[in-house]
Write a protein that binds this ligand. Structure first.
Ligand code: NAP
Length: 320
């Protein structure tokens, strides 16, 4: 089969298409025929060699994918060959024609979802769901600011929050992105580059501030976020690419909570619960992943450049 292989850490050009042996499932494992693989920013950090935990070289990137079950190993009870599935992690990497997975890394894909949509679920929707409900404990009737609402995690967060009865404010850096934020169900769309973003939030909330902020670029926004929060507000740091100075008094006076999260820390039972909720939301139409770009697997380098570029529009997937 064909797979993207990284033999040395470095730039996007390190993503090389190679012929590799077909994976064979051991006990409790299965092989998925990948029809689409999700591209997440973390995969660019790992490829560059700057991420805290590094895989052993050579490796095939990718956690998210969707397709059909091809082969199952001994003891696999939930799936059989031919089942439509998506993955939230993989033992061998999803930037490939086939991916070896543990049974617990695989979920059934609702018939109404395309494979590209299935490949958008694992990391983005898993992260958005955990941030909103597992970390911020967002409640119906509250107001959430999705700070960075045009990309993979942000579109997921807007749909999930809206379906749960929150008032949703989303930001994007382009007119096209703000259009998407509104189409996804946000009540208001703002420009995160606007100098008066905090004043606009104050106006929209009648001066009270927002109850919850999901932050995609904390090194740019965390200081201002603390000033946009309501009393007892919560900020969840999802994305961060540097350092920032904050005034802790902004948190103190509001009894605010700043919490971080990494999907890698989520326990298997919590992950199973998250995906049970996401599967149901997909079936009822409460969530509907937006695919911005489908890029051939052989052009994985282009996909890594695109996912780090400004002007996000939903999810980027690779198609083998
Ligand atoms: P993505 O699809 O590339 O989207 C990036 C988002 O960040 C876009 O909405 C983009 O908006 C927005 N953005 C750009 N500049 C911003 C600014 N100054 N303020 C606020 N938002 C800004 O990436 P993603 O998959 O949604 O992931 C978002 C971030 O979360 C990444 O840093 C990623 O590494 C991180 N992440 C963390 C976890 C975790 O477990 N903690 C899991 C998944 C992702 P425009 O392009 O419209 O400007």
């Amino acid at each position: 089969m064909k797979a993207i292989v990284v033999s040395e850490f470095g730039g996007p050009e390190r993503l090389q298409l190679r012929e590799v042996p077909d994976p064979q499932p051991g006990p409790g494992q299965l092989v998925v025929r990948i029809r689409a693989a999700g591209v997440n920013p973390v995969e660019t950090y790992i490829r560059s060699g700057t991420y805290a935990s590094k895989p052993q070289l050579p490796y095939t990137p990718g956690a998210d994918g969707a397709g059909e079950v091809l082969r199952v190993g001994q003891g696999v009870s939930r799936f059989k060959a031919g089942d439509r599935v998506y993955t939230s992690a993989s033992l061998s990497g999803t930037y490939a024609e086939q991916a070896l997975c543990a049974e617990a890394q695989v979920y059934r894909l609702a018939a109404k979802a395309s494979f590209a949509q299935g490949a958008a679920l694992g990391v983005p929707y898993g992260t958005a769901y955990r941030a909103l409900f597992g970390k911020a404990h967002a409640q119906p009737g509250e107001t959430v600011l999705v700070h960075g609402a045009s990309g993979g995690v942000g579109t997921a967060a807007v749909q999930l929050a809206r379906s749960r009865g929150l008032t949703v404010i989303g930001t994007a850096g382009t007119d096209r992105g703000r259009g998407l934020v509104l189409e996804n169900g946000a009540h208001h769309a703002l420009d995160h580059h606007a100098v008066d973003c905090a004043e606009q939030i104050a106006k929209l909330t009648g001066g009270a501030g927002v109850n919850v902020i999901l932050e995609m670029l904390a090194n740019k926004n965390l200081s201002r976020d603390l000033q946009m929060l309501s009393k007892f507000g919560r900020v969840v740091v999802i994305g961060n690419r540097g350092t920032i100075e904050i005034n802790p008094r902004d948190a103190m006076g509001r009894d605010a909570t700043i919490t971080g999260m990494t999907l890698f820390n989520v326990s298997p039972p919590e992950l199973a619960s998250i995906h049970a909720a996401l599967g149901a939301a997909l079936e009822t139409g409460a969530i509907h992943p937006v695919i911005g770009q489908e890029i051939p697997l052989a052009q994985a380098a282009r996909a890594h450049e695109a996912v780090m570029a400004d002007g996000a529009y939903g999810k980027i997937v690779l198609v083998p």
